[in-house]
Design a protein around this ligand. Structure first.
Ligand code: SF4
Length: 466
């Protein structure tokens, strides 16, 4: 059952925040906190709340743990190498803690929802003071206060289906982009994915809370609104509403801004949703629909609940309704039991769809998931070869996809300095393509018209026009 954190509890946490701030101030005139966030945009959004709570305690924020009073690692569990990096960073902090025994070191996020990880931190990282799970995020002020008043190590990982906490302070990373969670958790249990185990069951925020947050972000100057969830397409089911209704409501808010969303599950991307997007002029024309495999046999083993032909029909409908849209996807290579024949089905799907770009991964087993227990007969070397083959096919397609933009003019949100050259500026088109273009810093945070002059494999170059 979802637990809604009451306004009284949030108020109680604010009291702890005040008391923790007083203690921190009595120790040093300007307390410093360092928050390192790993992983997806949902985690970035959690990190912005952590920073908001620390700022309310009077902490300045630093990009490095050196000399910080509080260090928090906000972790990701999706891939093993992200977990290894966290352990590496934690190990490196041992010396900092020896120099400054008052430093509070905390670990939170998806990794802490796995028992074997908590056990490893308990045993191997005695200098970590605090571990708190994703459902305990709102209690950070109380946990920090506990540490400041002499509590021993605390491991706070409540087991429940999930919480929703409204009214937490937020310190956004960007003044242009606002990450706004619309739901948490996932009910899908794709056989390779750890998310349902670490983020709990699907739960949606009330639409009125989301709309209020979007309006506030726009009033503060945000132009790029990201609606976030593990599977946004199933937003609102338990509230008697839908993602389509939410998009219409957000689209109706006045002001010049763009609406993006992630992540989408192809099984829930209905025709009604595609029709809605076609009608909502502020919603980007970029569909990121992770297909994962082109083989029906592998899709079944992955527990994805759609077939290759369902997916192709969705792509056909998107292109019929919104011809100017871009479609991107995720592919997993070397899923347990995958044969070269299955892999060739993936290659043929890629050639058939002609994705604008692809995020490609070699399968990485996650402890606790079904796929981690499946037999896997293909060697890492062989998977590496398949992976290279996939990249080479997509590389040719991607270049062709971007060339079609040359000579056309796009509305681009200027997000900052250029990626290819510091003298240029950069942004995304409505189709999600990266463009570098000329200009000056007064353009940052504004929509500009850019004529595309050159296409590369993963980005475009253009010139601003009046
Ligand atoms: S829908 Fe996404 S988050 Fe949910 S289980 Fe599948 S891959 Fe994981």
């Amino acid at each position: 059952m979802t637990i809604k954190i009451s306004p009284d509890e949030i108020k109680r946490q604010r009291e702890f925040s005040k008391k923790a701030g007083e203690i921190l101030k009595s120790r040093t005139a300007s307390p410093i906190a360092h928050v390192h966030t790993f992983g997806c945009q949902q985690n970035v959004s959690d990190g912005e709340k952590i920073k908001g709570m620390l700022a309310e305690m009077g902490c300045g924020l630093s990009n490095t743990p050196d000399g910080a009073d509080i260090v928090i690692f906000n972790t990701c569990a999706v891939r093993e190498n992200a977990e290894d990096r966290v352990f590496g960073n934690l190990g490196a902090l041992k010396h900092e803690k020896a120099k400054n025994p008052d430093m509070i070191i905390a670990v939170c996020g998806c990794m802490t929802e796995q028992e074997h990880i908590v056990e490893r931190i308990k045993k191997s990282f005695p200098h970590v003071d605090l571990v708190f799970g994703t459902n305990a995020l709102h209690t950070l002020p109380e946990l920090i206060y506990g540490q400041l008043t002499g509590k021993k190590r605390v491991f706070s990982v409540p087991k429940c289906d999930g919480t929703i906490a409204e009214g937490l302070p937020i310190r956004r990373e960007s003044r242009i982009t606002a990450n706004i969670p619309i739901m948490y958790g996932c009910n899908n249990f794709c056989s390779y994915c750890i998310v349902p185990f670490v983020r709990g069951r699907e739960r949606s925020r009330e639409m009125s809370d989301i709309i209020a947050e979007v309006k506030q972000a726009i009033e503060s100057g945000a132009k790029d609104i990201w609606l976030l969830g593990q599977n946004v397409n199933s937003y609102g089911k338990e509230l008697g509403t839908s993602f389509s209704e939410l998009l219409r409501e957000v689209n109706a808010i006045s002001g010049e801004f763009r609406i993006n969303y992630m992540s989408s599950h192809p099984k829930d991307a209905t025709k009604e949703l595609i029709d809605t997007i076609a009608e909502c002029e502020k919603v980007s024309r970029h569909f990121h629909l992770p297909v994962q495999s082109g083989s029906d046999r592998i899709l079944k083993l992955m527990n994805r609940h759609y077939t290759r032909s369902d997916y192709l029909e969705e792509v056909r409908y998107i292109r019929e309704k919104i011809p100017d849209s871009a479609i991107t996807s995720d592919i997993i290579v070397g899923f347990p039991g995958e044969t070269y024949e299955d892999f060739k089905d993936t290659l043929s799907l890629i050639e058939q769809v002609r994705f604008d770009s692809l995020y490609t991964f070699i399968f990485s087993p996650r402890k606790g998931t079904k796929a981690s227990e499946m037999d896997d007969f293909v060697s890492a070397e062989e998977k590496g070869k398949w992976f290279k083959e996939l990249l080479s096919v997509q590389s040719q397609i991607g270049r062709g996809m971007y060339e079609k933009y040359v000579g056309r003019t796009f509305r681009v949100l200027c997000e900052g300095r250029g990626r290819s050259n510091e003298k240029l500026f950069t942004g995304h088109t409505e189709q999600g393509a990266i463009v570098d273009f000329d200009g000056d810093s007064s353009l940052i945070g504004k929509f500009v018209s850019v004529k595309i002059e050159q296409a590369f494999e993963w980005m475009l170059m253009g010139k601003t026009i009046d």
